[in-house]
Write a protein that binds this ligand. Structure first.
Ligand SMILES: [Zn+2]
Length: 221
């Protein structure tokens, strides 16, 4: 009964743990939030880069229009306008290159966000399923555990107080296994072979005989 109590309590703890949000889900959500933040940052930078390109392109167009308007005739001024147009074209090229890099970054961030969201959704679905099952199991396990505790209490009440006390002390020292079954003359607590005479004396002994090797209370069927 005591071994069953320990096992059932552990099973109940495990089911209760399934009801709590799993760390994998929390991690997936955090990853999705981080990806979203990165995407927002990337989109903002891209919008700014697009404005920069448009501004330079407009300026270049303006210079180009003046250059071929026929209103500027002084060669030195024409040469200056040509140089300015070239410089603006170079600048535009640089900015467009930067814009392309940002676009690639945004695309990557979009993919990362989609993957992170999928992962979070999968984790959530799994948790809903497992957590839902646990939600139904836990009250049943609680009732069963309570009933087992009560049975144990009733059984303990019929045992001699001094014997019960020594059992309890032994249980603490032997990791809950204070009683060892004897099978084929072997102590199942420690695995050591017992002399037949010891097994004979252990049978139905009151108080129980202790294993000469591990000190557990021997129980012979
Ligand atoms: Zn033993």
């Amino acid at each position: 009964m005591d071994l069953r109590l320990v096992a059932d309590a552990a099973a109940l703890d495990a089911e209760r743990a399934k009801m709590r949000e799993p760390p994998e889900l929390r991690a997936a959500r955090q990853q999705a939030a981080a990806a979203e933040q990165q995407l927002t940052g990337g989109r903002t930078a891209l919008a700014a880069a697009e404005l920069d390109v448009a501004a330079v392109a407009a300026k270049k167009q303006e210079v180009h229009t003046r250059l071929y308007s026929g209103r500027v005739t002084v060669p030195r001024e024409l040469a200056a306008l040509e140089a300015e147009e070239e410089a603006l074209a170079r600048k535009q090229g640089e900015l467009e290159e930067h814009q392309l890099e940002l676009m690639a970054g945004v695309e990557k961030a979009e993919q990362a966000l989609a993957a992170a969201r999928r992962e979070a959704e999968e984790q959530l679905a799994q948790w809903r399923q497992e957590g839902g099952a646990a939600h139904a199991h836990v009250p049943l396990l609680e009732v069963a555990l309570e009933s087992l505790k009560q049975q144990r209490q009733e059984a303990a009440a019929s045992i001699d107080a001094a014997l019960l006390a020594s059992y309890e002390r032994l249980k603490l020292r032997k990791a809950n296994r204070a009683v060892a079954l004897v099978e084929h003359n072997l102590c199942q607590g420690c695995g050591v072979a017992l002399p037949s005479s010891e097994v004979q004396r252990a049978r139905g002994a009151e108080p129980p005989l202790l294993c000469s090797n591990c000190g557990r209370m021997l129980y012979v069927r």
